[in-house]
Design a binder for this molecule. Structure first.
Ligand code: ADP
Ligand code: ASP
Ligand code: MG
Length: 814
């Protein structure tokens, strides 16, 4: 015998019922078949809604019931030949009248018991199964409709009754031994108590009906037909990148479903497992898909785990106090109290100090739990041995499951570090002694992020999604976007990184798109975006709570730099082209570095010095490997190098500066370069990265700019430079006469730094420095006589963008 269960979506309307009728038609050729059906999709909820409205004396329940009737009538009319409709239609109408009568009673009395609810919602399965039975009949598939209530016996725990297996199994065995039919249709979900009252097996319980029948009748196979092509590695509604689990053990399936994988109702596995009946999860919308086989062999996933699941609406209750230490019996009393109040315990942790016991329960039970526990421990609470029950709400459980976990070490480490890197705060942890499941309790707002992060961590063949928020789409930002677009496929293929820009802002507008902004048309999208408010931009980034988020600052703006700390505190890495933060007050710089360490993310600013050149990265490598930096000498201004390389007294100095600005080598405000301030910032950043707590005041600036040039606006600055042409010419001529070149040099040694124009001799490393190149010489304990040299283009939008890009990749790969 084979038992097939079809879920709500599979019988949602006439088309779907027709589709499963075809599946059944094919299956019956293989032997005796039992079909179990759910109510039409959404009907159970709709019936509950009507009952609740009636209980509130709201007449709207009538129109809700009309909707229920219409859906069934429509299905019958669309499915059946006209000649076969009438008896079925009157049966449906009769049942709908019965529901109406019960609701009317509720309406009049203003009272709705769990018992009455079960009575009402049971009609959903009665109607759907009657329709399917008639449809099969009309196709020439003789079948016997059987009321499950006559076979499945439960206790009177309405809403989620417990099955009396010995009575039930006997009745089922007897039934099948006496009937000669070969095709049966059963309503799922419904049962009855010994007293004959109508009960239900709990929401989603039609799966259970199928399993109970399959086990009692010793079926060869149990098939669960639903709307997905099997059990997936994670809830497909939460994880786009989920994968099919081709086969899985009973225990694994049970753990996954207990911890929220809705595809199977948790109690379903037990009866079929006890009889070793294979279970297939199949898709009625894609019957050709293979599906998942649940049997008694562990999953063969390459990963140590087979799946990840989650349950929302969790509350943690904790009993804490010194009075518990060393005294046996507290946990027993706590669990007894909860059990007596019919409160199901989902997860337990106890600290080794025995100072607290922490239990996860469903939030619907929290009021009851608080009152019964505080009452049970009233004496201890009053005598200060225990605190009143502590309650934490809005939590969820996320569990990773797999039989193979016990053969792998480091699973929990991997799990916690992946969550930690993404700023997911873990409130409680539990690992079963079977080592088949590690569960964590986290904030509900973090669930989607956590599941996706874990999925990326454990199912490595899939890609890692990285979410960028970019501020500043000027010269460098534009190039960065173009490079991101160009490299998208490469990164996906070679580094398994799917980098998406999910937020973007310029100085006026901001846009967000969780699916990734189209990088071909970002400009149009941004133009029609919302007005930029920086605090709002940051707030939205934090609220979005996307995994692997990176904030990219390609502005030169002071206020943007002020957002970093709040972002780092959410474990969002910051990649800054903007120098403001790293060159701000030492305490803010230090705070940001510390925050990045504390919250397991990165604060990267390679392009602050030498654009795309690997200056800071090299310095970091030296320091991390134990080297000590004794001296740094550098030409760090691409602008000044360009200006002095191109100025020969023939063309006005101001014009050469303008050219540097036009070609995109200068800071947005070129005075920052010409005054030497930008170079001061850069040498300070290098000194800090070398371990110094240097401030701007510790740096001497031997500026070559006349006083008159540093006042007023950028326009005034150009005019003043033109007026001072003789001064610049003199600087050039003096150097040229001595056979030397002018270079603006930065130097750091012993906690002090200075910047200024120097005459460079042809024998010096700095002499042959062309165009907008930068050069940095690191003298260290290891590089004593010959410095470590980094040299190359130190300005320009394209190379700067590529430096930012490289930092983004670093941040993405932590
Ligand atoms: P039915 O009405 O057929 O019983 P359900 O809605 O109860 O269907 O269960 C199927 C749904 O379970 C899927 O549509 C899917 O959204 C959800 N689901 C949650 N976790 C998983 C998982 N790990 N694998 C497959 N589906 C899952
Ligand atoms: N119809 C019931 C519910 O929606 C049972 C089921 O579909 O499995 O919960
Ligand atoms: Mg279901």
């Amino acid at each position: 015998m084979q038992v097939l269960k079809f879920g709500g979506t599979s019988v949602e309307n006439a088309i779907n019922i027709g589709r499963i009728a075809d599946i059944i038609k094919e299956t019956v050729t293989k032997g005796k078949t039992v079909v179990v059906v759910s109510a039409m999709g959404g009907i159970t909820d709709t019936l509950l809604k009507a009952a609740n409205l009636a209980a509130k004396a709201d007449e709207a329940y009538k129109s809700v019931l009309e909707e229920v009737e219409k859906r069934h009538i429509d299905a019958v009319k669309d499915l059946m030949p006209v000649t076969g409709q009438s008896s079925l239609l009157s049966m449906i109408k009769k049942m709908c009248n019965d529901i109406g009568d019960i609701c009317n009673g509720i309406f009049l009395l203003g009272e709705l018991s769990e018992r009455t609810k079960d009575r009402i919602i049971g009609f959903g399965e009665l109607m759907s199964s009657k329709i399917l039975s008639a449809k099969l009949q009309s196709m020439g598939l003789e079948n016997e409709w059987k009321d499950s209530r006559e076979l499945i016996t439960t206790d009177g725990n309405f809403g989620k009754a417990t099955v009396d297996f010995s009575a039930t199994n006997k009745k089922i065995e007897k039934y099948f031994s006496e009937t000669g039919s070969s095709l049966f249709v059963f309503p799922g979900f419904i049962a009855s108590s010994k007293e004959g009252e109508h009960t239900t097996l709990g929401r989603g319980g039609s799966d259970y009906t199928g399993a109970i029948i399959a086990a009692a009748a010793n079926a060869a196979v149990f098939e669960v037909w639903t709307d997905v092509s099997g059990m997936m590695t994670a809830d497909p509604r939460l994880v786009k990148n989920k994968k099919l689990i081709p086969q899985i053990s009973y225990q694994e399936a049970m753990e996954l479903s207990h911890f929220g994988a809705k595809v199977i109702y948790p109690p379903t596995i037990q009866p079929v497992m006890s009889k070793n009946i294979p279970v297939w999860v199949k898709n009625s919308f894609a019957p050709e898909d293979k599906g998942t086989l649940i049997h008694n062999e562990p999953s063969k996933s390459e990963s140590a785990i087979c799946g990840i699941s989650s349950i929302n609406h969790i509350v943690l209750i904790s009993l804490e106090g010194s009075g518990m230490v060393g005294i046996p019996g507290f946990s027993k009393r706590l669990f007894e109290t909860l059990a007596n109040a019919n409160i199901n315990v989902i997860l337990i942790t106890q600290s080794s100090s025995e100072h607290s016991i922490c239990v996860a329960i469903e939030d619907v039970n929290v009021k009851k739990a608080k009152s019964v526990v505080d009452k049970a421990f009233a004496y201890e609470i009053e005598t200060n041995k225990l605190q009143p029950l502590i309650v934490e709400k809005d939590l969820s459980i996320v569990a990773v499951v797999g039989d193979n976990m016990k053969n792998h070490s480091g699973i929990s480490g991997k799990m916690f570090s992946a969550l930690g890197k993404n700023g997911v705060n873990i409130r409680a942890i539990s690992q079963g002694s079977s080592e088949r499941n590690i569960s964590t309790v986290i904030g509900t707002a973090d669930v989607k992020k956590a599941i996706n992060v874990l999925h990326e961590e454990f199912f490595e063949t899939t890609y890692k999604e990285v979410n960028l928020f970019i501020t500043g789409v000027g010269n460098v930002g534009k190039r960065l976007l173009a490079q991101l677009q160009q490299q998208h496929a490469y990164l996906l293929k070679n580094l398994l990184l799917k980098i998406r820009v999910v937020g973007m802002a310029n100085s006026k507008k901001m846009i967000f798109n969780d699916n990734g902004i189209n990088l071909q048309h970002w400009q149009e999208a941004l133009d029609t975006g919302d007005e930029l408010k920086l605090d709002k931009f940051s707030e939205i980034i934090r609220q979005r709570n996307l995994r692997n988020s990176v904030f990219v600052d390609v502005t030169a703006n002071d206020n943007v730099a002020k957002l970093y700390d709040e972002l780092l505190q959410k474990s969002i890495s910051v990649v800054a082209c903007n120098k403001v933060a790293a060159s701000s007050d030492y305490n803010y710089y230090k705070k940001l570095k510390d925050l990045a360490t504390e919250f397991s993310c990165l604060f990267l600013f390679e392009t602050n010095v030498g654009a795309g050149l690997p200056v800071i990265g090299t310095l970091n490598d030296l320091v991390r490997s134990g080297d000590v930096v004794n001296k740094i000498q550098a030409v760090l201004s691409g602008t000044l190098n360009f200006v002095f390389n191109n100025y020969d007294g023939k063309r006005p100095f101001a014009e050469v500066v303008k050219q540097a600005q036009d070609e995109g080598y200068t800071e947005p405000d070129p005075r920052l370069d010409l005054s030497g301030k930008d170079v001061m910032r850069k040498i300070m950043i290098l000194a800090r990265e070398a371990g110094s707590d240097i401030q701007m005041d510790d740096i001497t600036n031997h500026s070559f700019m006349p006083e008159s040039c540093v006042k007023g606006s950028v326009g005034d600055f150009y005019k003043a430079m033109a007026n001072e042409e003789a001064h610049f010419k003199k600087l050039y001529d003096e150097a040229a006469a001595a056979g030397k070149k002018l270079k603006f040099v930065a130097q750091y040694e012993n906690g002090k730094a200075s910047v200024g124009l120097q005459h460079i001799d042809p024998s010096h490393d700095f002499y042959h420095l062309y165009g907008k190149d930068n050069i940095v010489l690191f003298y260290t304990n290891r590089y004593v006589d010959q410095p470590l040299v980094v040299k190359g283009a130190g300005a320009g939008a394209e190379v700067t963008a590529s430096g930012v890009f490289a930092d983004i990749i670093r941040a993405a790969r932590i």
